[in-house]
Design a protein around this ligand. Structure first.
Ligand code: UDP
Length: 235
């Protein structure tokens, strides 16, 4: 297979159909803009299956995604899109960079969900940006597109809060990415996994996401496996 692109957590391969690509989930884990790195055998497969379940559920909710089908435990067939270089972060509870930036206590529930945009650019360390910055950088074509990203972010959040709550997990925050298909339509792309979300166990408060790796708090594979098991049982 011809490799089109390799990122930190995924590889994208060409298919015979120019409108479809294969997204292969890797076992590598990175944090702090690639400064901390590790291989965790089986992580790619867990994240691939988790994304598959969540994207299919989102499709049923009327949120368009790039998902087409599962090809193997580590590979999804997805629609080819042009990724919009904006990370859309949605937060329900204070954690991570929000706690550091605003000096708010981790774990405090926010009165309403916050949507933030970050410029996807490793050299600049993915800076937080506002609408004007996004337009000046040409990351989107107009303000309507930013509004669409914000509305999708909130809609995905409303769905995921409930989806995870049903399986005993609190959705603290998450990052999503969007792409444009060949008609220029904005659809959800990339992944939704414990690498890109903060998930806390409702009963114990235990972290079940990449913070375990970021701060050496425990075994990520056990936690990710538990998330996948609960998602499967919850279906
Ligand atoms: N996130 C991500 N990729 C990034 C940055 C953040 O998936 O490059 C996710 C992160 O896992 C968390 C949410 O987005 O669920 C908010 O992250 P935050 O801004 O707090 O940054 P962090 O402190 O995790 O670097």
């Amino acid at each position: 297979m011809e490799l089109l692109y390799e990122g930190k957590a995924k590889k994208i391969f060409k298919t015979e159909n120019p409108e479809e690509v294969i997204c292969q989930f890797k076992d590598s884990l990175t944090a702090f803009n690639g400064e901390k790195k590790e291989e965790e055998e089986g992580k790619g497969s867990l994240n691939c299956q988790i994304t598959s379940i969540i994207f299919q559920a989102l499709e049923k909710e009327g949120i368009p995604t790039h998902f087409l089908k599962e090809l193997s435990p580590t590979q999804l067939l997805v629609k080819r899109v042009e990724i919009i270089p904006i990370e859309v972060v949605v937060r329900n509870i204070v954690a991570g960079s929000l706690a550091r930036r605003l000096g708010l206590p981790e774990g405090e529930k926010l009165p309403f969900p916050i949507v933030e945009f970050y410029y996807k650019n490793d050299d600049l360390n993915d800076p937080l940006i506002n609408d004007d910055h996004a337009l000046i950088l040409g990351l989107v074509e107009n303000r309507e597109e930013l509004e669409q990203l914000r509305e999708y972010g909130k809609k995905v959040n409303r769905f995921l809060i409930h989806f995870f709550d049903k399986i005993g997990l609190t959705l603290v925050d998450f990052k999503i990415e969007f792409g444009k298909d060949k008609e220029g339509k904005i659809i959800l792309a990339d992944e939704i996994t414990p690498d890109s979300c903060r998930l806390w166990d409702k009963k114990t408060g235990k972290k079940m996401d990449k913070d375990l790796f970021r701060f050496n708090l425990g075994n990520i594979k056990e936690a990710y496996q538990e998330v996948l098991n609960r998602l499967k049982e919850g279906q």
